[in-house]
Design a binder for this molecule. Sequence first.
Ligand code: NAD
Length: 351
Amino acid sequence: MLSFVYQALPSRVIFGVGCLDRLPVEMERLGARKALVLSTPEQRQSGEEMVERLGGRAAGLFDRAAMHVPIETAQAAREEAQRLGADCCVAVGGGSTTGLAKAIALVSTLPILSVPTTYAGSEMTPIWGITEGGRKTTGRDPRVLPKTVLYDPCLTVTMPAMLSATSGMNSIAHCVEALYAQEANPIISLMAEEGMRAFAESLPVVVREPGNLEARSEALYAAWLGGMALGAVGMALHHKLCHTLGGSYNLPHAETHTVVLPHAAAYNAPATGEAMARVARALGTPSAAQGLYDLAASLGAPTSLAALGMKAVDLDQAADIAVQNPYYNPRPVTRDGIRALLQDAYEGRRP
Ligand code: NAD
């Protein structure tokens, strides 16, 4: 019998080719006049173009966003926002840049307008993360949820094929875990299944033809759904494991998700009822875990932790860390089970 709690999150989404033209109007809608534009050093040009586009509405550009939001960078960006008298942030980039905007919003009243350029999904979540002394702290706070998100597929055509593939798999991971989350509910499950379907259809085209706007548009739509899933329900084993591996062994975010996902799905499959059948249906394959592995492999994405630079000698310790703090998972998390999962992921074995 159905029983669930669903908490909708208040964000405004503008989607479509060329929708970036609406940015000034969207700023006005929030009552904002001076935007601090944020980017990574690699996307400085996109940041500069945004400043140019905003003209007098731009307070300046802060181009030092970095993976996992180092506290020093967060402090510097907060000071810059204050110094320039900014009254909103425009984050142009992936999860790292959105993360920096969230670090500013966490200690101020500055609203975020997010312009995502990857499929990570951070723009749809109230989850923030800051790294201090090598430890990443995360939390949920409604203040950091971007007020307005402008999804313009044009900004994603420059995303390299491999980042597109792994970023897409990262978003698929949000969808998979949403289906068996503790707070799983019918509306988010519909979105999760549709997100995976749209990715399975669009990612092969995106990787083959990065400039194909139609495929880029479908992939970005899928990423929106993945972000909704991540923001609305809690995650489980897969996300915890990737957090541990990323934080403790400095493994790249999207690639780690890509490698671990088929193995986490295989581990949880016996305990997730309908969920895995929905994943398989969305991917158009007989098995969820194998379908996820085959999709990543067909995109040319990495399939083993060894390929990401993880050392075999670290697997025991990684298993120890992964079972240290108990958390929700549909199947009980055992040390032996996780150690075996990590071995499979390390070797890149097809589940
Ligand atoms: P990223 O933001 O770190 O970007 C990776 C690199 O790709 C950067 O150099 C960036 O400038 C570049 N790039 C991004 N888009 C591009 C484009 N269209 N064209 C060319 N280059 C482009 O990568 P990510 O995977 O989007 O984000 C990862 C980070 O986000 C991690 O720190 C992760 O923990 C965080 N994250 C947070 C949430 C959340 O809800 N808080 C959700 C997902 C990810």
